[in-house]
Design a binder for this molecule. Structure first.
Ligand SMILES: C[S@@+](CC[C@H](N)C(=O)[O-])C[C@H]1O[C@@H](n2cnc3c(N)ncnc32)[C@H](O)[C@@H]1O
Length: 311
């Protein structure tokens, strides 16, 4: 007698935070650009050095099998939240459920007051957290970040030059502060991941043949005065983009499969071939990254993302 194979349903999860530069809208287009080895099961490790909301990681982990995942970002708060979700989703959910109950019971004015109270407390507490060592302050810290992210304006994580979170209150009618199902699914996906605060220059030893690395560094500012400072108090300069390109060549020589994305500078200046020059010799593709929102640049049809691959 033959037995039918049992199909175990795959867990799917989406980002539990909204993050500037999040790639959620590009996933369908990206899927056509992933290496064939993902579908054939020949990727032994997946690496994402500029994790943010992890849109690409959650998408890939929802769709493909691969050995292990290495997730890194320079932002302490982000890494703290990922590690808490990985280690103790049940307690995190309890905290978030409490936030949800309290917030939803308030009128609009009280909601704003509650938000600013939490934001103030979040900024003060940053000096009392040991980010390098998992401790009892981590779960409430992660819950507070998720609460602020779900209720702030546009879900934008933005800090000032001193590192204080300064996004104003948003006007979401019914924000999903505690999306228990997704948090549990995301936690399951993170179970075996290595999650580390790291600068992109410090991940070299993890990468070798059989690795697939997706790199999504901060966008290059359109003008010299428009340096985007949302992610951390540190800028990501042209020099950093150049250093990253050197790492890209290094990882390429180590035998890894690489995909990097950035906003296409030719959107604003047709002569600005910064990335074409930097990644000369690799496979460069431009994809339409127009969003559905009513955006003037989108109407003009000049929102392209540049994607560089070594395969
Ligand atoms: C464009 S965002 C990534 C967005 C992500 N792909 C997503 O879908 O949400 C860039 C990320 O790089 C991180 N970052 C900035 N400088 C870094 C550095 N030197 N090394 C590692 N990560 C860095 C930022 O904290 C930010 O989360």
């Amino acid at each position: 007698m033959t037995t039918k194979p049992v199909l175990t349903p795959r867990i799917t999860a989406k980002p539990f935070l909204k993050w500037a530069g999040g790639k959620g809208q590009l996933l369908e287009k990206f899927a056509r650009l992933y290496p064939a080895q993902l579908a054939s099961g020949d990727i032994s490790s997946y690496h994402e050095p500029f994790l943010g909301s992890g849109a690409v990681f959650f998408n890939i982990a929802s769709s493909y099998e691969f050995g292990s995942a290495y997730l890194y970002d320079i932002n302490d708060e982000l890494i703290t939240a990922y590690r808490v979700l990985q280690k103790d989703p049940a307690t995190l959910i309890e905290f978030l459920y409490r936030y949800q109950q309290e917030y939803q019971g308030l009128n609009d004015k009280q909601k704003a007051e509650y938000y600013y109270e939490q934001r103030n407390n979040y900024n003060l507490q940053r000096f009392n957290i040991s980010y390098s060592r998992y401790g009892e302050t981590w779960v409430p810290r992660a819950a507070q970040l998720i609460f602020l992210n779900k209720t702030c304006y546009n879900g934008l994580y933005r800090v000032n030059s001193k590192g204080a979170f300064n996004t104003p209150h948003g006007d979401h009618k019914n924000p999903a502060i505690c999306d228990e199902y997704n948090l549990l699914a995301a936690s399951k996906m993170l179970e075996k991941a290595v999650i580390r605060k790291a600068h992109f220059k410090d991940i070299r030893k993890d990468i070798g043949a059989g690795a697939f690395v997706y790199l999504d560094p901060p966008y290059r500012p359109i003008s010299k005065t428009a340096v985007f400072k949302s992610y951390s108090k540190f800028d990501f300069t042209d020099l950093d983009q150049q250093k990253l390109a050197r790492r890209f060549r290094d990882f390429h020589e180590k035998g890894a499969l690489l995909m990097l994305s950035n906003s296409d500078p030719t959107n604003h200046n047709p002569d600005d071939l910064f990335f074409d020059d930097l990644y000369q010799g690799f496979n460069i593709t431009r994809i339409d990254a127009r969003r559905l929102i009513n955006n003037i640049a989108a109407k003009r049809g000049v929102v392209r993302e540049i994607v560089v691959r070594n395969y």
